[in-house]
Design a protein around this ligand. Structure first.
Ligand code: AQP
Length: 347
């Protein structure tokens, strides 16, 4: 049976990168999957606590993320939508997987290495150890094991993610091999990665960096709830270059390429095609086109979000029903895991 699983951190309102790289694909899969395909979408709050936050913010972020998932068109009667911490088996399986996971492999993860660089003083920036900086917590290091547990707990066959998660998916496949080999079992099968065509949407302020919720500059990202005026201003001020002519050169003109790719992902055309259509035009015209297509896509989402985010009772009910369904799905797997590991039986 095909099982599609994916997750998103409740670390703020999703941006255009999350939307094009993951959420739009989630909705597309929901709308096109055969009736017997299981669809499971998780708000990964356990992942979100790897970085500190003010009290109250996580609750708010979780509610807003749930509203955002409904606003993009996920249907809770078709897709299981739930908060990760409402299914304790995610943490239980993480521990079990961690006992066969390699620390060497974890320390080579690109995301971990970049967190090391951003959180460490410069003298530790090139190391891959956790020895020198108190801000580096173990949860950040073992994050990919929890992510593997998320996926394997529901025995996902397909996982739609953006390019930044590709390496973590490879690690999840490694966890499958390690577990099955250690326990001479075939409990898990390696999940396939589904990469959306929008693999990496870049920051509007620095097109060498991916658009990210945790970027402290809100002008770097278009959030799916930004109003029309904010969207227009952010795009108008997007960093491009001094050549005032539309042209697609993903290496040499990263800012312009990012804008062309955004239009492409929203219209279904290729970036080259759009550049061809806009030949001879200036960057102001390109930015105008970006505003038009982004607004066309996000306008209705923004309206649905405003309508649903205040319905606290409804949101609670969606989360409760999703949590119950996810616990059932998890329990089917955990029975097999406990049997394989001898953790479930009476003595
Ligand atoms: N810039 C991006 N382009 C394409 N896809 C992206 N994704 C994230 N950024 C981009 C995809 O969005 C999904 C959910 O991501 P996440 O919230 O679980 O964590 P993340 O990848 O770390 O995303 P952010 O926005 O950068 O969040 P923070 O700042 O909290 O770490 C994933 O499928 C991801 O690939």
């Amino acid at each position: 049976r095909k099982v599609i699983f994916s997750g998103i951190q409740p670390t703020g309102i999703p941006h255009l990168g999350n939307y094009l790289g993951a959420l739009k694909q989630w909705k597309h899969l929901q709308d096109t999957a055969s009736p017997d395909t299981k669809l499971i979408y998780c708000i990964v709050d356990l992942h979100a606590i790897t970085v500190p936050r003010e009290r109250g913010l996580l609750t708010q972020n979780k509610r807003e993320m749930l509203a955002a998932l409904l606003a993009i068109g996920l249907d809770p009667t078709r897709s299981t939508i739930f908060h990760q911490s409402s299914v304790p088996a995610h943490s239980e399986l993480q521990w079990i997987l961690s006992c066969t996971a390699s620390t060497g492999y974890l320390s080579r993860m690109t995301q971990w290495k970049s967190k090391l660089q951003s959180q460490s003083p410069s003298d530790t920036a090139t190391t891959t150890t956790t020895t020198s900086h108190p801000a580096l917590k173990h949860g950040l290091f073992s994050y990919p094991i929890l992510q593997a547990a998320d996926i394997l707990l529901h025995r996902a066959t397909h996982v739609p993610v953006g390019d930044d998660q590709r390496q973590h998916l490879e690690f999840a496949r490694e966890c499958v091999t390690n577990f099955n080999h250690t326990y001479a079992a075939s409990v898990f099968a390696p999940p396939s990665t589904i990469l959306s065509p929008a693999r990496r949407v870049m920051s509007l302020r620095d097109p060498t960096q991916k658009m990210s919720k945790s970027d402290p500059n809100p002008a770097s990202a278009i959030f799916i709830t930004d109003d029309a005026d904010t969207v227009r201003k952010k795009i108008k001020h997007a960093v491009t270059d001094s050549e005032n002519a539309v042209g697609y050169d993903p290496e040499g003109r990263k800012g312009v390429a990012n804008l062309l790719e955004m239009v492409g992902h929203l219209t279904g055309q290729s970036a080259e095609e759009i550049a061809g259509d806009m030949k001879g035009m200036g960057l102001g015209a390109l930015k105008g086109r970006v505003v038009e297509v982004v607004e066309g896509e996000l306008g209705p989402i923004r309206e649905r979000y405003a309508e649903v985010v205040g319905r606290e009772g409804y949101l609670r009910e969606v989360a409760e029903v999703g949590g119950a369904r996810a616990r059932e799905s998890a329990e089917e797997t955990m029975r097999l895991v406990r049997e394989a590991t001898e953790l479930g039986g009476e003595c």
